[in-house]
Design a protein around this ligand. Structure first.
Ligand code: ASP
Length: 622
């Protein structure tokens, strides 16, 4: 499009464009069209009798009067006509901002009523998505002017509701009304318009104070700083310094060929529960009671909850049994949930889903979105919560393999192999780590897929750990059963001679121990070796439950180590009366003598352990 235009520069140009007062130029710029949805918030407030208030029909005329926002000499008659066909107000045009920039033509659709964002709810998110859908074909990008208070919630919700998004959607607003001389709204709005009209970033983003953040990673972190938003677990997608620099590698893109659409059904019966030391189990139970269908549980550190609070764990378990989706998110502003801590693992056992490093806003709106998908089964919803849908969470590497059953094929494509034989080689190089990753997460679907692609159940890694070792250590009973059915050997030994049964024992997974025993697994340990294992069990944190596992696995407790110490001797030396009582209940031999000729009772007397000595004497008399 070529056309002569005149720029008239006024007071508000801020030195951003040529200081020449009036200049005739050839407009050779391609036009980009941006739709602005003005929903309310501080950004559009005007001074009134009682301070600032949100007034209808004031924002657009105000913006139109500022040359920075509108080049009134650009001929927009053709755009005016096409916008009016769409039922949209007359366009505005940003002035030229330098060579290579596109001419950004935009129009502002004002919502009625304009809202303080604290008054917005899920229906308002639906209205926004419907507008984007309605005008999708006609615009290159969308800017949503929004109050800052709940902007991160809206950004997160929209990121899920706008499915297979291919265009740029940016939320922005300001801490100071744009009508003020010193307002952050000017830069925020201008920056958002320029990015939306220039860069095809197919994400819902949030632009504030020179940073373009992924919407579902952003959180309001200050009520008064102009840098009010941050995304703690991912760097900004773009930074507006002297130049606008987009981090293209970070941009999340839909990977399907499906068309853009919006999902407008959301489940409002979701909530957030924050743990604190001493929280009453009634509070937890009441909170999780029907009609609640989804909950973000804010836990400590890397996703920990008190493992000594059976009452709370029970309340959580009861809720997940009723198919309430509970997502474990950290209370920390930076970092996320990892499943490696024992206390965190108890939450996995209670049926919680790891929220990885999702923000509270992302986790909550994702729950509303996923629960709103009525055609999905409970398991499918759980999987979606776990998956990275719009860049809202970091998938750990194990899961990266697990989430993608075509993983090997994709890797092969990336490194450019072409023949079936080459593909097979790639597969065998990758199978050990993929099989172990599938076993670690208990993903039977992927395990099946790996077998389908030629993997063998008895493949092991460099330490000779097989998928069965790993599944037993993690306590994934169904996976263990599946592997056994696929021919995994219960007698496989790793580099340290350890068999899967020992992994199950040390993981204290009673179901797995029983299943292995049923399949014929037994302890193949020499006497001294078994005695050492039992000594370690006695010295572990919960000696009785550790010994119980060994008992379940069929261990003989009448064994002794190189010093003639039987497990009973060791319990006495440790002064562990509970463990002594447990071993006595198994009717172990109390007359074994150690290297120094002492029976357990002799040692108890020597150590002045009257309680234990009494237990042993009573037992011997009975
Ligand atoms: N209360 C306002 C809102 O969220 C604050 C703002 O816009 O900055 O709508």
């Amino acid at each position: 499009m070529e056309r002569f235009v005149t720029h008239e520069l006024g007071d508000h140009d801020g030195g951003r464009i040529s200081p020449v007062a009036s200049v005739t130029t050839l407009d050779i710029h391609v036009r980009a069209h941006v739709l602005v949805l003005y929903t309310g918030g501080t950004v559009g407030m005007m001074p009134g009798e009682n301070g600032y208030d949100i007034r209808a029909d004031c924002f657009e005329p105000f913006v139109r009067s500022i040359p920075l926002f509108h080049d009134k000499l650009l001929d927009v008659s053709a755009d005016t006509e096409s916008y009016s066909h769409l039922g949209l107000p007359e366009p505005l045009a940003l002035p030229c901002t330098g060579s290579g920039q596109r001419r950004i033509v935009y129009t502002i659709k004002e919502y009625s009523p304009l809202l303080d964002s604290s008054n917005m709810d899920m229906d308002d998110w639906v209205l926004i998505t419907q507008d984007i859908k309605h005008y999708y074909q006609h615009f290159d990008g969308f800017v949503i002017l929004h109050g800052t208070d709940t902007m991160a919630y809206t950004a997160s919700a929209l990121s899920f509701m706008l499915e297979n998004l291919g265009k740029t959607v940016i939320l922005t607003g300001s801490q100071i009304p744009i009508s003020e001389t010193r307002s952050d709204g000017i830069d925020n709005f201008l920056g958002a318009l320029m990015i939306a009209g220039t860069y095809p970033i197919p994400e819902v983003t949030l632009y504030f104070h020179g940073k373009l953040l992924r919407g579902n990673r952003a959180a309001k972190c200050s009520s008064d700083a102009l840098a009010a938003f941050n995304s703690m677990n991912i760097q900004p997608l773009a930074l507006a310094g002297v130049r606008i620099v987009v981090e293209w590698d970070l941009i999340h893109r839909p990977t399907t060929t499906a068309k853009f659409d919006v999902h407008t059904k959301l489940e409002p019966r979701v909530g957030v529960l924050r743990l604190f030391p001493g929280i009453a189990s009634e509070t937890v139970r009441q909170f999780l009671a029907p009609p609640l269908r989804g909950c973000v549980l804010q836990t400590y550190g890397v996703g920990n909850a008190p493992s000594n609070r059976e009452d709370i764990l029970k309340a959580l378990h009861e809720a997940t049994e009723r198919d309430v989706l509970i997502v474990n998110c950290t209370q920390c502003v930076h970092g996320g949930v990892v499943d490696s801590y024992a206390v965190g693992k108890t939450l996995v056992k209670a049926g919680l889903i790891s929220g990885s490093d999702m923000t509270l806003e992302a986790a909550l709106t994702k729950l509303a979105y996923v629960l709103g998908k009525q055609a999905l089964s409970h398991q499918e919803r759980r999987k979606l919560m776990h998956d990275n849908l719009r860049g809202e969470l970091t998938v750990n590497l194990g899961q990266l393999a697990l989430d993608d059953s075509q993983f090997i094929l994709k890797v092969a494509q990336v490194i450019g192999v072409s023949t079936g034989q080459e593909l097979k080689k790639v597969g065998s190089a990758l199978f050990p780590s993929l099989l172990l990753a599938a076993a670690r997460s208990g993903d039977i679907r992927l395990m099946k897929e790996l077998f389908r692609q030629g993997a063998d159940a008895n493949t092991s890694d460099a330490d000779l750990r097989s998928p069965l070792h790993v599944a037993c250590a993690e306590g994934h009973t169904d996976m263990v059963r599946y592997l056994l059915e696929r021919g995994a050997s219960v007698y496989a030994r790793d580099r340290f001679g350890r068999m899967p049964l020992q992994d199950a024992i040390w993981g204290k997974h009673a179901d797995v121990v029983q299943l292995l025993r049923k399949t014929g697994a037994h302890l193949q340990l020499g006497t001294a070796e078994l005695a050492h294992e039992l000594t370690a069990a006695v010295f572990s944190e919960h000696s009785v439950s550790s010994l119980e596992m060994w008992c379940l696995a069929g261990a003989d407790f009448n064994v002794s180590d190189h010093f003639g110490m039987s497990p009973l001797h060791t319990c006495v030396m440790k002064k562990d009366a509970a463990a002594v009582a447990y071993l006595l209940s198994l009717r172990v031999d109390t007359q074994m003598k150690n290297e120094w000729g002492n029976r357990p009772l002799d040692e108890a007397k020597r150590l002045d352990c009257t309680e234990i000595a009494k237990l042993l004497e009573e037992y011997q008399e009975s």
